[in-house]
Design a binder for this molecule. Structure first.
Ligand SMILES: [Zn+2]
Length: 336
């Protein structure tokens, strides 16, 4: 059976400390195990969402993946757990707890799990400290949010962080969260359906226009949900760059289209026509199988829509495996 890797999945520990009591403030996430096989994710007293045991049960997850001939899951935390809003040292405590949990799974089940860390980006020095520790406990990369307390990733405050990411050779998954405008569009699940693709576009444009991608060409970025609306709207973004360079090209004179294919995006499009377009733009070696498992908006048949597209085998091999191996600098033999 060919090796198949899903590089965008979320996991959390079955039990998390009561951080709100421990730190004395805030609405930190905890789980209320109210019935067997399910838990309520609570933000303080507020119900966030119900999750199933496949959010924390590593063996159950392996069994569910076996149904879709998928051996390896790259796991990272659930963005609502980033807690960038917390006091920096508390954010570090939470990141360490979550990273130790993920590193332990990857160490015990190395043929099935690869871990990505989280870092307290509300404090760049502490984020770098935890980034170094992530590397030392065997992680190949980290997941970060599309904004940090509504600061864009273009902010100069993050410059030392990008330097550290590049010099430590850590991969970066950028995931949408804290969606812009969410308070103005609570109905119809619009933060997820409209806000998330826009958030990812915000992140990519910020990294390109500020010159981060130009100054740190060796950082291996991967953007969730096929890069959100960035690739579908690249024509507009490029046209804006050309017609109003006084607004757009002020920090980086290079056309944004030139960066396509230099970063990776995942496959979570739910749409063969869009996926074909993404493949045409990025090239198959810059598109990775990513599902957002185990959440309902995810591609929970783990790439079945891709298998059904009658793509050439080398394209399937790239998306299902080789692109992720190169993004995370993994050796195929570790999974055999
Ligand atoms: Zn996700």
């Amino acid at each position: 059976m060919a090796l198949k890797i899903d590089m965008h999945t979320h996991i959390m520990p079955k039990h998390v400390p009561d951080w709100s009591s421990k730190f004395g403030y805030g609405t930190f996430i905890h789980l209320d195990h109210h019935r067997p096989g399910y838990a309520r994710m609570m933000q303080g007293d507020k119900f966030f969402r119900e999750i199933e045991a496949n959010c924390w049960d590593e063996q159950l997850r392996i069994d569910e993946y076996a149904r879709y001939n998928t051996q390896v899951q790259v796991v990272c935390t659930i963005p609502v757990l980033f807690a960038y809003w917390a006091q920096p040292t508390d954010g570090l405590t939470i990141a360490r707890f979550l990273n130790d949990h993920i590193a332990d799974i990857a160490a015990r089940l190395p043929k099935h799990y690869v871990g990505l860390g989280t870092v307290p980006l509300q404090d760049v020095d502490l984020a770098i400290q935890e980034l170094e520790r992530c590397k030392s406990i065997g992680m190949k990369g980290i997941q970060i949010g599309s904004n940090v307390n509504q600061k864009n990733l273009s902010e100069t405050i993050f410059e030392p962080f990008w330097q550290a990411v590049e010099s430590l050779d850590m991969a970066v998954l950028v995931h949408p969260w804290e969606m812009m405008g969410q308070d103005d569009m609570k109905k119809y699940w619009l933060p997820w359906l409209v806000g998330m693709p826009a958030e990812t576009t915000r992140a990519i444009c910020s990294l390109i226009f500020s010159g981060v991608m130009e100054r740190y060409p060796n950082i291996r970025f991967n953007f969730a949900h096929a890069g959100g609306s960035f690739l579908p709207t690249i024509g507009r973004i490029e046209h804006g760059f050309n017609c109003r360079p006084d607004l757009v090209a002020i920090d980086n004179p290079i056309n944004p289209r030139e960066y396509i294919g230099k970063f990776w995006v995942d496959s979570a499009t739910h749409d063969p026509m869009l996926f074909k377009y993404i493949l045409d733009l990025q090239g198959a070696d810059r598109v990775t199988l990513g599902t957002d498992y185990p959440f309902p908006l995810g591609d929970l048949e783990v790439g079945k829509f891709i298998t059904d597209m009658n793509l050439p085998q080398h394209v399937i091999d790239a998306v299902f495996c080789d692109s992720t191996l190169s993004w995370l600098k993994l050796d195929r033999n570790q999974f055999v």
